[in-house]
Design a protein around this ligand. Structure first.
Ligand code: SAM
Ligand code: SF4
Length: 418
């Protein structure tokens, strides 16, 4: 979501006559698009911000802006901590960027913006094959650990027609894949609901693949499972954050489901969408998590066998309920539990990837691999990275290709075109 917000900022600046540079010393304007979901991201931002001060000293006309969720949370405090910052705007106020750069408005924009879903912004995308498309803004869930409802505001769905016309425009420009973005796409509601939106988008000619993030397990409906199973362009992958295997912790997290309910949904998904890739998020060391709660998460990982997870140490975030809960755990305990979770999942991921050896998969060609030099790379419909040898006869970026998987590794697969 942050990456896509940056694309919107670039879209606005492009129209104002700005062009991009990778060299901060040459920049007239530097924008930090920040994340505050965990403290680590925040620390990293402040140290980068400190570093950039020297650039501004050398070229005093340079302007520095702070955007994103830290901007939203800290507002004027940022200017107090770093007086060399010129303006600050939150994720609900990206539309203000035009006025902010021209100096036509105050230098802090962090108001709630109820119109956000109706006001489309220009987008400048770096990739010509895959595109992020926002379908909803904000979040109403208030999971007890999460800062997002405080920074991105209330949940607001974008009108179906606007989404449809953006996706049609992308297809005309040659895009092949769209990923629909929202904190909780399953609660999308505008002229239609989320399965209805998928059905409308599935008919857009030229688009080959439709993905979406993120699904909240509580709101994952039978209709959505049917839509994934029936619609040919909707990929067989779902990111379904479990967070914990312990019902006590899930309850404290305010997630609104039990482990048993979660697992029933996973079984339904696997029953109706054979081979579906399921990935998840896990938080290690939530307040009052005891050894046996952690073991239930470990057991859950072994039982479900996700295709991959993102796992994080619990990080206390300002204003959230969990930050004030009793039973905050020591960093060492959180780290120990996190590394155990990652070790177990790594084995599972590798095993699942090895299981695909010998199968034939469709990949969407993305170009040269960044990690495996000289190889081409693409993703399966289940969202796994496949690297293939470069045949040197101009494989077109954006083409769909059948490959035979020759090796399954921890982070990617190897294949050969057939
Ligand atoms: N809306 C999505 C959902 O409900 O799954 C995810 C949004 S959140 C920005 C992405 C992930 O960050 C969450 O699934 C959670 O695992 C993790 N996360 C959020 N707040 C956290 C915190 N305070 N400490 C550690 N991890 C956190
Ligand atoms: Fe945060 Fe929960 Fe909303 Fe996801 S659903 S953004 S974790 S509050």
């Amino acid at each position: 979501m942050n990456v896509h917000d940056s694309e919107k900022m670039l879209g606005i600046l492009d129209k104002e006559g700005y062009s991009q540079t990778d060299d901060p010393r040459k920049a007239d304007l530097i924008i930090f698009n920040t994340c505050s979901v965990r403290q680590k991201a925040e620390q990293k931002f402040y140290s980068d911000l400190g570093r950039i001060k020297a650039y501004k000293k050398r070229s005093p006309t340079m302007r520095i802006a702070v955007a994103g969720c830290i901007a939203q949370q800290e507002g004027e405090n940022i200017l107090r901590k770093a007086p060399y910052v010129d303006f600050v705007f939150g994720p609900q106020n990206i539309h203000m960027l035009r006025n902010l750069v021209s100096g036509r408005t105050a230098y802090i924009a962090t108001e709630d913006n109820p119109e956000i879903a109706k006001t489309d912004l220009p987008v400048k995308r770096a990739d010509g094959v895959k595109a992020w498309v926002t379908i909803m803004y904000g979040c109403n869930n208030f999971c007890s650990y999460c800062v997002v409802p405080y920074t991105r505001g209330r949940e607001r769905s974008r009108p179906t027609e606007n989404i449809l016309s953006e996706v049609k425009g992308l297809a005309e420009k040659g895009y092949k894949e769209v990923t629909l973005l929202g904190q909780n796409v399953n609660s999308y509601r505008s002229d239609t609901d989320f399965p209805g939106l998928l059905r409308r988008l599935d008919r857009v000619g030229g688009i080959e693949r439709i993905r979406f993030v993120t699904s909240h397990p509580r709101d994952l409906s039978e209709e959505l499972i049917n839509a994934i199973s029936e619609l040919s362009k909707v990929c067989e992958h779902i990111h379904l954050p479990l967070q914990s295997g312990s019902n006590k912790i899930l309850n404290l997290m305010n997630r609104g489901y039990t482990f048993e309910e979660y697992i029933r949904k996973v079984s339904k998904l696997r029953g109706k969408v054979p081979g579906i890739g399921i990935t998840s998020d896990i938080i290690a060391g939530f307040p009052s998590e005891r050894g046996d709660d952690h073991l239930q998460t470990v057991k859950a990982l072994k039982e479900i066998e996700f295709d991959g997870i993102f796992a994080f140490k619990f990080s206390a975030r300002p204003r959230t309920k969990a930050a004030g809960m009793e039973g905050q755990l020591a960093e060492e305990i959180k780290s120990e539990r996190l590394s155990q979770i990652l070790m177990i999942q790594n084995e599972i991921t590798e095993k699942k990837n090895r299981f695909l050896e010998g199968t034939i998969q469709e990949i969407l060609m993305e170009g040269e691999s960044e990690t495996d030099k000289g190889k081409l790379t693409g993703r399966t419909r289940t969202n796994k990275i496949v690297n293939i040898p470069n045949p040197n006869k101009g494989v077109e970026k954006g083409s769909l290709m059948s490959v035979k998987i020759t090796k399954g590794r921890q982070h990617s697969l190897k294949g050969r075109p057939i």
